[in-house]
Design a protein around this ligand. Structure first.
Ligand code: NAD
Length: 407
């Protein structure tokens, strides 16, 4: 695996660890910084802050922090991540951008009505939802918005800087959980919104995570900015269901020398994500990431198609069906079928919290550049990451060890 990120002081380009003298000074390393520094706080800025995943992340964070629920599904709350310098859950502060204006408490009520959030939770964490809602700024661009890309980036970056300053935060990590966009037209002269937000994050000095398949920081127009910003960033597209299973099963077929003849899949989902992915161009962006794991682990992409159907009646519950036709000893033909029925936001929200904490710790340790070590969390990880979940887990544990050494 290649490790493309370096400490900020590296002049040779070779990866090396920050030393005590080269580590960036930040308030949380300075015991003389005053009372606020003894309890440094980290911002999580969610693009798409009023969506299902974002609302579930904020409500879930509040519930766990208050001791109302255990942190089930949060990888960073397990033993291998102790002592890694992750920001404590109680030290997180939420804000974000959204083009929708439904207040978070009301959005949470709607999610509870459909069983995504436990009954009664929105009322129990109403204060935290209200506080996060107060820090949400209007996103864009709305139809008819006449601002240029540069003006939009400046406005979004100013929102980020104000959030960090107003709340006295040590750093703010930006996580994109907005609606999936179509693959941008290479001949287009405007940046897609995800890339405007990514540029704003990097411009404002904020580490960036893309939880969606949208272009974000991977847009070619952002290559230079990403390379010289000195910030860690990670992506893309959270791996929560069908691709999670594929990243376990495809290496199994390969290691057992079984020949996969065809791998076909269908996803049925509703909610906002289902509606966005009803657009064939957005579905194509999502499917490109889903196909990568098979090509990488089997050596070539087997026959078979992948479909995403919008079924509004399912709401946030996704059914993912996979049909694997394979061949064994002496040409014997066999089939494996899997059915994954998951609550999408409940699967995604803990990963959003995990990623934000890990990338915040990477920033505190002075790491920068893409983070392929976080491939465990993504369908389409940064270059250099393995596509096998078992390998990705080992890479993540090694990353945790490195953070622990720096903490
Ligand atoms: N749930 C999962 O398991 C999962 C897994 C991987 C990736 N994702 C991705 O996470 C994203 C969010 O999923 P969701 O279910 O919360 O969707 P959602 O439709 O509920 O929420 C998306 C939010 O983005 C907002 N938005 C749209 N355009 C915007 C813009 N230009 N600026 C700011 N906000 C904007 C919408 O108003 C909405 O509130 C999707 O891209 C989805 O593909 C989800």
């Amino acid at each position: 695996m290649t490790t493309d990120h370096h400490d900020r002081s590296s002049s040779s380009g070779a990866p090396r660890r920050p030393t005590a003298s080269t580590r960036p000074t930040s308030p949380d390393r300075d015991p003389a910084h005053g009372p606020a520094a003894r309890e440094p706080r980290t911002g999580i800025w969610l693009i798409g802050a009023r969506g299902s995943v974002a609302t579930t992340a904020v409500a879930g964070w509040a519930a766990i922090t208050a001791g109302l629920h255990p942190p089930t599904g949060m990888v960073t709350e397990t033993a291998p991540f102790a002592g890694c310098g992750l920001p404590p859950l109680a030290a997180l502060v939420f804000g974000g951008h959204d083009t929708a204006d439904c207040p978070l408490p009301k959005r949470a009520e709607a999610l509870a009505a459909t069983g995504v959030l436990p009954h009664g939770l929105p009322a129990a964490v109403h204060a935290e939802l209200t506080a996060a809602d107060a820090a949400i700024r209007p996103g864009g661009p709305h139809p008819g918005d006449r601002r240029t890309d540069g003006e939009l980036i400046d406005a979004f970056a100013a929102d980020l800087t104000a959030f960090t300053t107003d709340h006295g935060l040590t750093r703010t990590v930006v996580v994109n959980v907005a609606s999936t966009e179509p693959v941008p037209d290479p001949a287009g002269d405007r940046l897609p919104p995800s890339s405007l937000y990514a540029a704003a994050a990097l411009r404002a000095g904020c580490p960036y995570v893309d939880f969606t398949p949208s272009a974000g920081a991977r847009h070619p127009a952002l290559t230079d900015l990403a390379a010289r910003c000195g910030l860690p960033y990670a992506g893309r597209d959270g791996k929560t269901g069908q691709t999670l299973l594929r990243s376990v099963l495809a290496p199994m077929f390969h290691q057992r020398a079984l020949a996969v003849r065809a791998w076909s899949g269908t996803n049925l989902l509703g909610g906002g994500d289902g509606a966005s992915l009803a657009d064939p161009a957005a579905a194509a962006a999502k499917n490109a990431g889903k196909a990568r794991v098979l090509a990488d682990t089997l050596g070539e992409l087997p026959d078979g198609e992948l479909h995403i159907d919008n079924v509004p009646a399912l709401g946030d519950w996704k059914t993912a069906w996979d049909h694997v036709a394979f061949e064994g000893f002496l040409g014997s033909r066999m089939v494996l079928q899997t059915i994954w029925q998951g609550c999408d936001s409940a699967l995604a929200a803990p990963l959003v919290l995990d990623l934000a904490r890990l990338v915040a710790a990477a920033h505190a340790a002075g790491l920068f550049g893409p983070l392929p070590e976080l491939g465990f969390f993504f369908k389409d990880p940064d270059p250099g990451a393995s596509s096998s979940l078992a390998d990705q887990w080992q890479e993540l544990l090694a990353f945790a060890d490195r953070l622990r050494e720096e903490a």
